[in-house]
Design a protein around this ligand. Structure first.
Ligand SMILES: C[S@@+](CC[C@H](N)C(=O)[O-])C[C@H]1O[C@@H](n2cnc3c(N)ncnc32)[C@H](O)[C@@H]1O
Length: 206
């Protein structure tokens, strides 16, 4: 099964509140985004946003240019349905982040919770980082959350990578400066715990 059909199947067969990564509020992500100090008119991209409620809270916080990208059309449709007429304010991008061509320097803030860690092939990770470097403006903000070293080694039936702050930063390289990081113990809807790491970097010139 390829990436797209895998995720279409997941979102087609499970309620958004019954997937292991579900959180009522993306509290850690919101805190990091607020901490960057971006303006309400800045452009935000939530990569692999799925049916996450982050977009709802970003809208409520007054951000005017929010894009949500996901490989699953079903996931995006679930988020749109939840938002109703408010969905029209958001740009929805159905694409695979390892293949998409995003416009150069288009985003001030890149957010990814639990997507990069699915990239087990070095070539896919390289394409992802190349895309961040292209699409995020110099000085822009990059927030990536993955499973921590003591997090799960599989998610949704797929093998995942696990990262510390250092090993995640090594994947991104010297064009990115680590500004902050933190760990989260995520409580799944099934009563289990998953350890995450959030890493916030700024994109430099080179
Ligand atoms: C574990 S879920 C996390 C969803 C959301 N970020 C959250 O925190 O609730 C991973 C998401 O990434 C999407 N995804 C997986 N691989 C992808 C890829 N190569 N390109 C774009 N989206 C992808 C899936 O469809 C799914 O919505």
């Amino acid at each position: 099964m390829n990436t797209k059909s895998h995720w279409e199947h997941i979102y087609g067969t499970k309620a958004p509140t019954q997937v292991s990564w579900y959180q009522e509020r993306a509290r850690f992500s919101l805190q990091f985004i607020q901490k960057t100090g971006i303006r309400k008119t800045d452009h935000i991209l939530d990569v692999g946003g799925g049916a996450s409620t982050l977009v709802d809270d970003l809208r409520v916080a007054g951000f005017q240019h929010i894009s949500v990208l996901d490989v699953s059309a079903t996931a995006l449709q679930l988020a749109r349905q939840r938002l109703g007429t408010r969905a029209a304010d958001v740009r929805w991008i159905e694409a695979d982040i390892t293949k998409v061509d995003l416009a150069e320097q288009a985003y001030d803030l890149w957010h990814d919770r639990a997507v990069f860690h699915f990239l087990t092939q070095p070539a896919d990770r390289q394409r992802y980082v190349d895309t961040v470097r292209r699409a995020v403006r110099v000085g822009g903000h990059v927030i990536v959350a993955t499973f921590a070293p003591d997090g799960p080694d599989h998610c949704s039936g797929l093998e995942v990578m696990r990262y510390s702050e250092d090993s995640l930063h090594r994947e991104f390289g010297d064009s990115f400066e680590v500004m902050d990081s933190t760990r989260e113990t995520h409580h799944t809807p099934f009563g289990t715990e998953q350890k995450f790491i959030y890493c916030y970097c700024r994109r430099h010139e080179k």
